[in-house]
Ligand binder design. Sequence first.
Ligand SMILES: *Cc1c(COP(=O)(O)O)cnc(C)c1O
Ligand SMILES: [Zn+2]
Length: 423
Amino acid sequence: MPNFLGYCCSLCGTEYAADEVSYTCPKDGGNLDVTLDYDAIRTKYQPEDLLSRNDPSLWRYAPLLPVNAPEGDSTPLHIVGGTPVFRLRALARKYGLQNLWLKDESRNPTASFKDRASSIVVARAREIGAEIVVTASTGNAGAALAGMSAAVEQKAVIFAPKSAPPAKVAQLLIFGAQVILVDGTYDDAFDLTIRCANEFGWYCRNTGYNPFTAEGKKTAAFEIWEWWRDAHAAWHDERDEGFDHSPLTIFVPVGDGNIISGIHKGFKDLIQLGWLSRMPRLIGVQAEGSAAISNAFNAGVETIQPVSARTIADSISVDLPRDGVRAVRAAKETGGTYINVTDEEILSAVAALGKTGVFAEPAGAAAYAGMVKAVARRIVKSEDPVLVLNTGSGLKDIRAALNAVNPPPVIEPTLKAVKNLLR
Ligand SMILES: *Cc1c(COP(=O)(O)O)cnc(C)c1O
Ligand SMILES: [Zn+2]
């Protein structure tokens, strides 16, 4: 909070003071980037000051955030982030990669990446004294807002399409949010949420609308930076001095485009501070049936044309992405690209990750499916270090998961039946 200066519009570059605007640019509707006082941060902190903290959660990076770390007893809001990175050795061998890792965001309190955004927005809501926070959601953003709100007795209202997976709706209800299902798409819910926020004075968390969501999502970049410093040092020890490898390549599933632009922002913050010298390469992965951002990237433009989204991966099913321009730039400015994957490829990815002990929801597994395709197309080479992001838990959508595997046999409860089966 003390280092929060204001906003800068990603389209027209207009700068706004912290109390001047709340959501998007009043001139052109562009997404606002939060501006921090980098000089003050640089003067006051060294990386070691943050990295030596005992707190493994995203709040360890509080000096780089536009909100204060919440005080009080430990709650789910206090423990967001700090997610593990696993090395996928067998899968690396299968695809001829020397180094393949997965960062597992399903281990956040409400089991998705969205907790990063919702925790920061709830902290902001407390600071500005908002009575009610509202969001539109395909499920995870709502579950995260409901969970983070419940943790600190904040009131929340969630609008979701009535087609949201039952497990996600259950989460919303159990966390005690006011849940309103909309007979329409996520995009319908999105527009309705903004109208309600304006009408009733609620604080709106909508992804790609509220500038604080990307500030939460950028903390994944901070964690990757911190992890890579160690992984990279260990890796270098095994090799010749002066060995210059390609940058870390990160695969990110993309719907509204807010995760990939948030991660990009996190790395840009670190570069501004002089704490990171080399930008990782960001590769966005979209479902073939929901590829508005990918379409723009591949056409070499920033104008996002809406699509009629259709994919099994509900969390990345978006007609009109709300953070499309910054998402296109995240790939363009880092030497990355966009890759589309089919629902079939996504389901294969769910099954493949399952065999490493990671249960991903379809949207989360999409990043892995994109990696498989990138190897086939030689977008990543054997020596490129690769990190895949799993953004959500498979328990959130078991109907999709059951499509990724064969049903088990049912037998008589006799030894003979088992022997027959095993034969
Ligand atoms: C929201 C979400 C995404 C996509 O994030 P965007 O910011 O919409 O691009 C990917 N995976 C999961 C599990 C999500 O919940
Ligand atoms: Zn603007």
